[in-house]
Design a protein around this ligand. Sequence first.
Ligand SMILES: Cc1cc2nc3c(=O)[nH]c(=O)nc-3n(C[C@H](O)[C@H](O)[C@H](O)COP(=O)(O)OP(=O)(O)OC[C@H]3O[C@@H](n4cnc5c(N)ncnc54)[C@H](O)[C@@H]3O)c2cc1C
Length: 403
Amino acid sequence: MYDFAIIGGGIVGLSTGMMLGKKYPHARILVLEKESQWAFHQTGNNSGVIHSGVYYKPGSFKAKFCRDGANSMVQFCQEHGIDYEVCGKVIVATKEAELPRLENLYQRGLDNGIPVKRISAEEVKEYEPHVSSVGGIFVKTTGIVNYKQVCCKYAETIQTQGGELRLNTKVLRIISTSDRQIIETNNGEFATKFVINCAGLFSDRIAKLAGVNPQAKIVPFRGEYYELIPEKRYLVKGLIYPVPNPAFPFLGVHFTRMIDGSVHAGPNAVLSLKREGYTKTDFDLRDFAEVMTYPGFWKLAAKHADEGIKEIIRSFSKAAFVRSLQQLIPEVTAADVIPTHAGVRAQALMENGALVDDFLIIHTENAVHVCNAPSPAATSSLEIGKAIVAEIPQPTSVRTVSV
Ligand SMILES: Cc1cc2nc3c(=O)[nH]c(=O)nc-3n(C[C@H](O)[C@H](O)[C@H](O)COP(=O)(O)OP(=O)(O)OC[C@H]3O[C@@H](n4cnc5c(N)ncnc54)[C@H](O)[C@@H]3O)c2cc1C
């Protein structure tokens, strides 16, 4: 019998496992992951940015966990010899009309306690010589890292603490009895006192298996990236972001220098026809039918039809994608970029058509369900893990140490 079973070996599940092991060194902890490696889905296909916390509504979990998480992520990388760089980023307005939104973002950064600096178009060029803008802000605490490497270190730590890790183990059913929960998988059954659901793109379905209705459905939004060819990497020194549309939780296509030196451009945001659909032709009937029959999706689509159509065009047309990039760096051409990986975001959507903006963590007597952990959850992972563990009742017969 395990004290805790965590479903999902992405960055949230592994961080939570590590924090549990720190707080309860004598507890029996199990992590179940259906893939053959850690961080195979959202965590392993993201932009690799350590966000500073500028964007998020003051007082939200995102704002707090991101600001604190950026610090703890840097500290974790230092302690464990993981490559990272706090390179800073520019967020730029490319038209006069974007300046009021840039100013709002600057104020929000200040409200969130982030060291943001207003910069003129000339000063933007000092940071990023190839960017064309009418002004920007510079955020010095933003960084880059490879979150797959971070996850491997979290997993290694869980193992050192005595936790058990099971790859290739897909959770199929959860049966609750008065004193335990039986998790049925393709790899046997596991009995546990407490379940922690960190299943990302499948978190709503796992919650339902455990008898919890999260009141929101995961809708998958694919983010496609291009990569600058090596001879053009000089065009980008660090991180270059546009001013985002505040109606969406996505940040707009941006240039990101990755920790391996490559430069990625993207991601866009298109509805994926499969929860783990990384290409345009990936299709799953159940996933697709669930979205199409969900009233929340049609309410969202009605509100944002224009943007949705633009995103689809940008997905199918390299020329349209490059035009978005040229708003930031006019000299980029179609010949300078090649398609690279894609990631699929798990975005919770409510039945009334509202996107769940903040992290959504549901606690029950014998389980925690992380039902919305979009960006910046990778940056915030250590703080999310700590917060989950702080709320979990101490298992009987297990001693605590402070985390
Ligand atoms: C394109 C993109 C760019 C992003 N950029 C950034 C960024 O730069 N910075 C940042 O902070 N955040 C970023 N994010 C967000 C961040 O990557 C995610 O918020 C974070 O990775 C979520 O982690 P997770 O552990 O919840 O989910 P995941 O990483 O998706 O992990 C969930 C795991 O659960 C497993 N699972 C699912 N069902 C089952 C089952 N039945 N049985 C067993 N296992 C199961 C899956 O296989 C998966 O490994 C980005 C996301 C995307 C998609």
